[in-house]
Write a protein that binds this ligand. Structure first.
Ligand SMILES: *Cc1c(COP(=O)(O)O)cnc(C)c1O
Length: 376
């Protein structure tokens, strides 16, 4: 099945009892045995598994052309499941601009737990190579990066990881479907499904996806079932509803983001636009070689510094001033306010999640807010 078809059909069966075309929501936490004490279905207890979660995991694996997906109650719970598959004393390599929540997990939870961490700029293979130690077990990538939209060469990083017997992970939250890390040699794809996969800013979730049911994936599954950070049946049901339209939503997010990025590039109040779809992006060719489109996220730096950045977001009417991304509505945020001491980018930077509004309306909104910066 092609992604558009898998997004609707994979793992789905018309309910045999009622004929319901949409899988019923199964809220029962427990599942009965028959008079011979045999289980009636494959389900026992809903933390271990339930019909809605099973359908969601089939669907997520299918759209990634993978065999296994394990879902969690949030993206950070999915990240923890991956980190917990390591052992105290293991070493991993991360990038300074990875999602800051995972960085905070490593600094606050996993340092005490005995994981060793090195940072390397993933766009510079020599830096990654230099960070390798005898106990390096994992390389964590995220591309395009947050918020500077830097591109990591996934093929080469995966090759490097495999050459030392390490696992390569890609946080693909920004680019489901349009970037397929498993095809490029990456071992584990991680998602905050809260973002594009959920797509409507109304549910939290996470997932880890792999080509085969390896021992590593079994450890991650165990962390899900015994760790207990599982998504509720209703969230799984909603997520499935969202996935049905994911391919079309992504296409529209990408098309709109390109239009807005092109407009902002030529605006005199803007110092820089970070968007990998622009030919002026320093890694545009690499991006084009591993992505089929360039996503709905971009960031801009204002010529007038932090003051102009804050004034711009105050003047916008269609963009909610809020963190997060991937919903149907456009969002904008002054990222340095959110990351505070963790921020390693200019405070003139605004991160934008382009929604599904008409791009001309978004452009007009920016045009008006930017004009107010310099009324002359
Ligand atoms: C939001 C996000 C996460 C964390 O996911 P939650 O669902 O908020 O726990 C991880 N990585 C990226 C790239 C994200 O955008």
């Amino acid at each position: 099945m092609r992604p558009e078809t898998a997004a609707i059909h994979a793992g789905h069966h018309t309910d045999p009892h009622t004929g319901a075309v949409i899988t019923p929501l199964v809220l029962s936490t427990t599942f009965a045995r028959d008079e011979n004490n045999q289980l009636i279905s494959e389900f026992i207890y809903s933390r271990a598994n339930n019909p809605n979660r099973q359908e969601l995991e089939h669907r997520l694996a299918a759209i990634e052309s993978a065999e296994v997906a394990v879902t969690f109650s949030s993206g950070l719970a999915a990240a923890m499941a991956i980190l917990h598959s390591l052992s105290p004393g293991d070493h991993l390599i991360i990038s300074p601009d990875m999602y800051f929540g995972v960085r905070v997990q490593l600094e606050t939870l996993y340092r005490r737990w005995g994981l060793e961490v090195s940072m390397a700029d993933m766009t510079d293979l020599a830096q990654v190579q230099a960070a390798i130690r005898p106990n390096t077990r994992l390389i964590w990538t995220e591309t395009p990066s947050n918020p500077l939209v830097k591109i990591t060469d996934l093929r080469r990083i995966a090759e490097l990881a495999h050459s030392i017997g390490a696992v390569c992970v890609c946080d693909n939250t920004w680019t489901p479907l349009i970037q397929r890390p498993l095809d490029l040699g990456v071992d584990l794809v991680m998602y905050s499904t809260t973002k594009y996969i959920g797509g409507h800013s109304d549910l939290l979730g996470g997932a880890v996806i792999a080509r085969t049911d390896s021992e590593l994936m079994q450890r991650i599954r165990l962390f899900q079932q015994i760790g207990g950070a599982v998504p509720s049946p209703f969230e799984c049901w909603l997520m499935l509803r969202s996935i049905a339209t994911l391919p079309q939503r992504l296409e529209a997010h990408c098309r709109n983001a390109m239009r807005v990025a092109e407009f902002l590039t030529q605006h005199p109040a803007i110092e820089k636009v970070h968007y990998a779809g622009l030919p002026s992006h320093p890694q545009h060719r690499l991006a084009a070689s591993q992505m089929s489109a360039f996503g709905g996220m971009l960031s801009i730096e204002l010529k007038g510094g932090k003051e102009a950045a804050l004034k711009t977001i105050a003047g916008l009417t269609l963009f909610a001033r809020a963190t997060s991304l991937g919903g149907v509505e456009s969002l904008i945020e002054h990222r340095a306010t959110v990351e505070a001491a963790h921020a390693n980018f200019p405070d003139s930077l605004l991160r934008v999640s382009i929604g599904l509004e008409h791009p001309d309306d978004l452009i007009e909104d920016f045009n008006k807010a930017l004009r107010e910066l310099d009324p002359h």
